[in-house]
Design a protein around this ligand. Structure first.
Ligand SMILES: Cc1ncc(COP(=O)(O)O)c(C=O)c1O
Length: 424
């Protein structure tokens, strides 16, 4: 076909009322978690409970503004707050302070010259940017190994970038624990140079993380077999209330094993900055030249994606991290959030056990983080929603932050009733 003929066909398509440029678009159902929340919002029942959405709620079931964030915001607003573009790589002091959160002060100082960092659109944007970079620098493209189960967006992000994604067994559904043996055998059989997505802490959805000694074994295999660790760090400090504890695996890989590592950070959960999209990509490279080149590529890739990242949230996070008093308040805020979640975990467990709910419930207190994997059948999940207005993912993952002192008994009683009903 000549170029004139191509133009004629294209024009005909554009002017034909029965043909759309988008004819080949197919319908995708809404994201299940967001659809669940929409169902919850529309539900008029006064007893309704939302255990689906992974956002922190206080004991009244309300969103919570962290005291540290509130103070930082007031401080920013009291100054002259310009609305200029940020640099393409984002706010420089935010990037270095975020990297210091992930690595700790000593490791950060020692590795400063070998870091490539870029402000990102929260954790999701950071994963995407890291994927873009890896796609640009690796040839042939390695496989991306993703734990099963995982946060649903991992597959979407890396598949959309053209990576072949392979799930590997992470969770022992029968015993409701980490399937460590399968994890190790996957690492030992994966092709060298494969990429592995690692949840730095608070594995979503299972709440099961490797212990420190298991992380050490995992890390050693990464080193021996030349695998690439890509840490999804969406819950640092939010998990245990202690950033140093939650960043153990990242720091072990970087400092003890001296591995090149990617860390995709989100400040959505640990600062409650969900809507501001505050994240940071931190890549630890072998030497300073590689780091500079890598950072220049992040800048080039970011330019074509978002041009400049958003300013307000990064300024809030940077203000918190750059002021000793506010940073101390942030640490306390994380203790408050993680402590309330842990207490809900224990209360739900104790209520289920004390009322002799069918099944065993120890897994609830052995898991950590905001999410719990109840281990209920889809039928029970459906009954809980339809008869008791309790909303959770079809795989019975719950956000423990949706529980509070006013609804935990109701939820425990409803679970017991549904499980007993299903026995008959
Ligand atoms: C495991 C995991 N990674 C990344 C994210 C990214 O979240 P955001 O893009 O809001 O920072 C989430 C959010 O729920 C998550 O659970």
């Amino acid at each position: 076909m000549t170029s004139t003929e191509t133009t004629t066909v294209s024009l005909a398509m554009a002017t034909d009322t029965h043909t759309s440029w988008f004819d080949r678009a197919t319908f995708y159902p809404p994201d299940p978690i967001f659809a669940l929340t929409a169902g919850f919002i529309a539900d008029p029942d006064p007893n309704k409970v939302n255990l689906g959405q992974g956002t922190y709620r206080d004991d009244e079931g309300k969103p919570w503004i962290l005291s540290s964030v509130h103070q930082a915001r007031e401080k920013l607003i009291s100054q002259k707050l310009y609305h200029e573009y940020l640099p393409i790589l984002g706010l420089a002091e935010f990037r270095s302070r975020a990297a210091e959160v992930a690595l700790g002060t000593r490791i950060y100082r020692e590795h400063k010259e070998t870091l490539a960092t870029c402000q990102s659109l929260s954790g999701t944007g950071s994963l995407h940017l890291t994927g873009l970079l890896l796609r640009a620098v690796l040839n042939p493209l390695p496989k991306v190994f993703i734990p099963e189960p995982t946060w649903s967006n991992h597959h979407q992000i890396f598949r959309a970038l053209g990576f072949e994604c392979q799930s590997f067994p992470y969770y022992d559904y029968a015993n409701k624990t980490l399937d460590f043996d399968s994890y190790i055998s996957t690492l030992e059989s994966a092709e060298p140079h494969s990429i592995f997505i690692l949840h730095a802490c608070a594995h979503n959805p299972t709440g099961c993380d490797p212990s420190k000694s298991q992380w050490e074994q995992i890390g050693q295999i990464f080193k021996d077999r030349q695998l690439f660790p890509l840490f999804d760090a969406a819950y640092l400090g939010f998990n245990s209330g202690d950033v140093d504890e939650d960043a153990f695996a990242i720091r072990y890989f970087v400092d003890d094993l001296e591995l090149e590592t990617a860390v995709c950070m989100s400040f959505a959960k640990n600062m409650g900055l969900y809507g501001e999209r505050v994240g940071c990509t931190v890549l630890v490279a072998k030497n300073s030249l590689t780091a500079r080149n890598t950072e220049s590529m992040l800048e080039m890739l970011q330019r074509s994606e978002v041009s400049n990242p958003p300013g307000f949230g990064a300024k809030i996070a940077s203000t918190v991290l750059g002021d000793e008093q506010l940073k101390g308040a942030w640490y306390e805020d994380m203790v408050t959030m993680s402590g309330r979640i842990r207490s809900m975990r224990t209360q739900l467990h104790d209520l289920l056990v004390s009322q002799a709910t069918p099944g065993s419930w120890n897994h609830l207190v052995n898991q950590t983080g905001m999410f719990g994997f109840l281990g209920l059948s889809p039928k029970v999940v459906e009954q809980l929603r339809d008869q008791y207005y309790i909303y959770m993912s079809a795989n019975s993952r719950i956000s423990l932050a949706g529980l509070n002192s006013h609804n935990v008994e109701y939820v425990a009683r409803s679970i017991k009733t549904c499980l007993e009903d299903q026995q008959f």
